[in-house]
Design a protein around this ligand. Structure first.
Ligand SMILES: Cc1cc2nc3c(=O)[nH]c(=O)nc-3n(C[C@H](O)[C@H](O)[C@H](O)COP(=O)(O)O)c2cc1C
Length: 129
């Protein structure tokens, strides 16, 4: 059974603000997620992080345990954790290229209080942005 988890967190220091810090996360994630048949996409915006993860329960849970241990972010909060019939994300690790534009399309200017519905909406429209 496939599951989707979407969580939000807060970047620690300059994580997500520098190309290097993002490249480090994307590199490891691409490799691990491919191995674990996970698909994912992540958004960094003004110190806030939003990530969607899809895959088998055990694989998703293993990644969440690593994420909870990762000192590069804090305030981990799960917005959505639900079984799904099909994936909406098809790459091991995608990066949202223009977070401000995407947020604007769902009427947000910040991720600090993003809701489950808004997170799903962002996932729906991310390709069209
Ligand atoms: C915002 C953020 C998103 C991350 N996303 C993933 C991910 O999708 N997959 C992954 O394997 N690691 C991800 N990581 C890294 C993990 O927290 C952890 O450092 C990594 O999985 C450890 O991999 P390793 O055991 O191969 O060294 C992410 C880290 C951060 C800060």
């Amino acid at each position: 059974m496939l599951h989707r988890v979407i969580y939000a967190s807060e970047a620690v220091g300059a994580v997500g603000a520098s190309t290097l810090s993002i490249a480090q996360i994307l590199g490891v994630s691409e490799r691990n997620n491919r191995r674990d048949h996970l698909t994912s996409c992540v958004m960094f915006h003004q110190g806030h992080i939003l990530q969607a993860i899809e895959g088998q329960r055990a694989d998703v849970d293993r990644l969440i345990r690593r994420l909870l241990d990762d000192p590069r972010h804090s305030g981990f909060r799960i917005l959505i954790d639900a079984p799904i019939s099909a994936r909406r994300i098809h790459e091991p690790m995608g990066l949202c290229g223009d977070p401000a534009a995407l947020l604007e399309r769902v009427g947000l200017n910040c991720l600090s209080r993003v809701t489950a519905n808004e997170a799903e909406a962002l996932l729906d429209i991310r390709k069209a942005a």
